[in-house]
Ligand binder design. Structure first.
Ligand SMILES: Cc1cc2nc3c(=O)[nH]c(=O)nc-3n(C[C@H](O)[C@H](O)[C@H](O)COP(=O)(O)O)c2cc1C
Length: 295
């Protein structure tokens, strides 16, 4: 039996997903559409790849294969940490990509990476603000590069520095969501970065509060622990506009490359459609939060 560590945020998040139940609504039902409009572009699914990195450990050219899988599935592709050449290869696939840049200590370097991402033709750029600190109360260092927490004023500068939508990943409080709105951020990812702290509030537990504050001014995305179409549905029902899937795509990537990723996104989307059909949601905007019950 798998040993459960107290405080494991991934486990707590899994249990929260599983505590959410779904009622059925069949009368006046219709075949559902899963199409997503994001930043003025159309996609076939609200299931997106997560902002991943270092996928060369999973499969040769893993980041590019992941992006190609998203493109084939008609999904948005996200890219995490990686060098400029890797982003160039990712965007050359034609995948519509959101590039997430780390909160490096050097803001000039951040601005340079934003400008490079723009040149690559990404659809949006952003920052994973939850990577500023290590777990030991020090500044984080990733691949030898030091990180820093960013202030509201710095976030405003990043937003102003690009004509693209600037998104913030790693929002897990109403307070940070409010600051993002004040900074002019154009989208947020509610996330605990697959358990960056113990006892993190499950993203779906805090999502309705954040959605209430955001009031549809900007899209709200969710990640962490999404493994099935039911998980996707629950996130959308609680107010997410779309979801990111990371670890659940890594097995398919390893076994079958881009095709594996495409198939997994397609199967998550079919499962989502199956639940939409049985809950009276003819498109994403018709998913009704009141179909969710808490066990
Ligand atoms: C191998 C790996 C690399 C990751 N690299 C990044 C990264 O560079 N930037 C980032 O913002 N998040 C990164 N993440 C976090 C994911 O984007 C995501 O927030 C997290 O894995 C939760 O989603 P999941 O449970 O679907 O995997 C990484 C996750 C994994 C598993």
């Amino acid at each position: 039996m798998k040993k459960i560590r107290p405080g494991d945020s991934n486990q707590i998040t899994r249990e929260y997903f599983d505590s959410l139940l779904v009622e059925m609504r069949h009368l006046d039902g219709a075949l559902p559409e899963t199409g997503l409009e994001l930043f003025g572009e159309q996609f076939r699914t609200p299931v997106m790849t997560a902002a991943l990195s270092h996928l060369g450990n999973v499969r040769e050219n893993g980041m590019v294969q992941m992006a190609e899988g998203a493109r084939l599935a008609g999904a948005v592709s996200w890219a995490g940490m990686g060098d400029e050449k890797e982003l160039e290869d990712i965007t050359t696939t034609g995948a519509r990509t959101i590039k997430i840049i780390k909160p490096y200590v050097d803001n000039d370097y951040i601005l340079q990476r934003i400008a490079h991402a723009e040149k690559c033709g990404v659809m949006a750029v952003g920052m994973d603000i939850d990577h500023a600190f290590s777990g030991k109360g020090k500044y984080d260092v990733v691949l030898g590069m030091e990180m820093r927490p960013k202030s509201l004023e710095e976030m405003k500068e990043f937003v102003k520095a690009t004509k693209l939508p600037f998104v913030v990943k790693g929002v897990l409080s109403v307070k940070d969501a409010e600051k993002c709105l004040e900074a002019g951020v154009k989208g947020i990812v509610v996330s605990h970065h697959h358990g960056i702290i113990d006892y993190a509030v499950p993203p779906l537990m805090i999502l309705p509060e954040i959605v209430r504050v955001v009031q549809k001014q900007i899209p709200v995305f969710v990640d962490c622990g999404i493994e099935s179409g039911s998980d996707v549905f629950k996130a959308l029902a609680l107010g997410a506009d779309a979801v990111c899937v990371g670890r659940a795509l890594m097995g398919p990537l390893q076994v079958n490359g881009a095709e594996g990723v495409q198939e997994k996104i397609a199967s998550l989307t079919e499962e989502l459609a199956g639940i939409m059909a049985r809950t009276g949601a003819s498109d994403l905007s018709q998913i009704d939060p009141s179909v969710i019950w808490k066990a």
